[in-house]
Design a protein around this ligand. Structure first.
Ligand code: NAD
Ligand code: DAU
Length: 337
């Protein structure tokens, strides 16, 4: 049995990871440590919450005493760190909590993991640490780190700390850097769910700048399968880029969603650009493909349809986010235990 501390698994990517992995792996015993910020939603994990190999702890990765207690209590030998403040626009409005969670929180986890002699520490990072591309080229693992937003600079600081712990103490770390994810349970502040929900309720769709900023989209299940592979087989000290070679300007995605939902393009509203807006991201994932045999399984056409359908079928899930009721789920499920 592998005792794994998975942090931030009540958010978008982590909850998809758990819902998938708990079915696949009965040799994983997972402790989800999540602070339940606005982005943490226990309703994402309804299908997993009663599994015997799953435990939830509400808490902050910055809390060293709690983290150490959990390592001891559950004999933690593995860590997968998803926990982060993840939204670029929020980091522009106020950066402090980004450095607290993404930098200090990662430091607390690393220090505890070092003392407790973990066997693998996987840092879930992002392609945004590489900064912005022009019209040519792709991010490889050798691309220099050059972050542009408070969010990406906090993730870059964490990545460098992870590498330093490997270099200095020989800690068995691996880092993944993935491109933009989409899929079920994504909080409706991010582009794709925001466009789906606003279109459904006839609200304007804010397009930053000229709408020609390019992102490289990957279905969340493909990302999570890559994470599991890197966790099991990735070489320590290495970084693995993850992406599905699916570059698209924002305006093209927005129009595609409108078309699928049979809504009018009149909903599109060009607004002031995001300050420091990165122009283009594009990932070269040949390292993970050649070394570990990973490749994306879902085409964009197939997975975006599935995602839109999921939001159509799960109105209650997002309505409870909009009303704020999702924040009460913890009290209902856990405080009474
Ligand atoms: P999210 O914002 O949906 O979820 C973050 C989770 O972390 C939430 O459950 C939140 O409650 C929890 N959390 C925040 N601060 C915490 C703290 N101090 N202690 C414990 N838990 C805390 O984020 P996401 O989109 O699921 O991203 C997960 C990870 O993947 C992040 O590290 C992000 O940088 C990275 N990433 C995201 C994308 C993407 O497209 N969304 C792409 C590449 C990498
Ligand atoms: O590349 C990986 C990153 O992708 C992750 O590390 C981040 O956690 C994740 O939030 C995401 O960052 P982006 O800033 O690329 O995602 P977002 O959905 O916020 O925006 C996608 C693009 O759409 C970006 O160019 C900004 C634009 N946009 C976004 C919103 C919310 C708009 O034009 N209008 C909007 O309302």
């Amino acid at each position: 049995m592998k005792n794994i501390l998975v942090t931030g698994a009540s958010g978008f990517i982590g909850s998809n990871y758990l819902n998938h992995i708990l079915d696949e792996r009965d040799d994983y015993n997972i402790i989800n440590l999540d602070k339940l910020t606005y982005a943490g939603n226990l309703e994402n994990l309804k299908q997993s919450e009663n599994k015997k190999n799953y435990h939830f702890v509400k808490g902050d990765i910055c809390n060293g005493e709690l983290v150490d207690y959990l390592f001891q209590k559950f004999n933690i030998k593995y860590v997968i760190n998803f926990a982060a403040e993840s939204h670029v626009d929020r980091s522009i409005l106020g950066s402090k909590v980004f450095y607290e969670t993404n930098v200090i929180g990662t430091n607390v986890l690393l220090e505890t993991a070092r003392r407790r002699e973990v066997e693998k520490f996987l840092q879930v990072s992002t392609d945004e640490v590489y900064g912005s591309l022009g019209t040519e080229g792709l991010f490889t693992e050798e691309t220099p780190i050059s972050p542009n937003s408070p969010y990406s600079s906090s993730k870059a600081a964490a990545d460098m700390m992870v590498q330093a712990f490997h270099h200095t103490y020989g800690m068995p770390v691996v880092t993944t850097r993935c491109s933009n994810n989409y899929g079920p349970f994504q909080f409706p502040e991010k582009l794709i769910p925001l466009v789906i929900l606003n279109s459904l309720s006839g609200k304007k769709l804010p397009v930053y700048g000229d709408g020609m900023n390019v992102r490289d989209w990957i279905y969340v299940i493909d990302h999570n399968k890559a994470i599991d592979l890197v966790f099991e087989k990735g070489r320590v000290g290495e970084v693995y880029n993850i992406g599905a070679s699916n570059e698209m300007p924002n305006i093209q995605i927005i129009k595609l969603i409108l078309q699928y939902l049979k809504k009018s393009e009149d909903l599109i509203e060009y607004v002031k650009d995001r300050p420091g807006h990165d122009r283009r991201y594009a990932i070269d994932s040949s390292k993970i493909q050649n070394e570990l045999g990973w490749k994306p399984e879902f085409s964009f056409e197939q997975a975006i349809e599935h995602t839109i359908e999921w939001y159509l079928e799960n109105k209650q899930w997002w309505q409870r986010i909009i009303s704020g009721d999702y924040l009460k789920y913890y009290n209902l499920q856990y405080n009474k235990r």
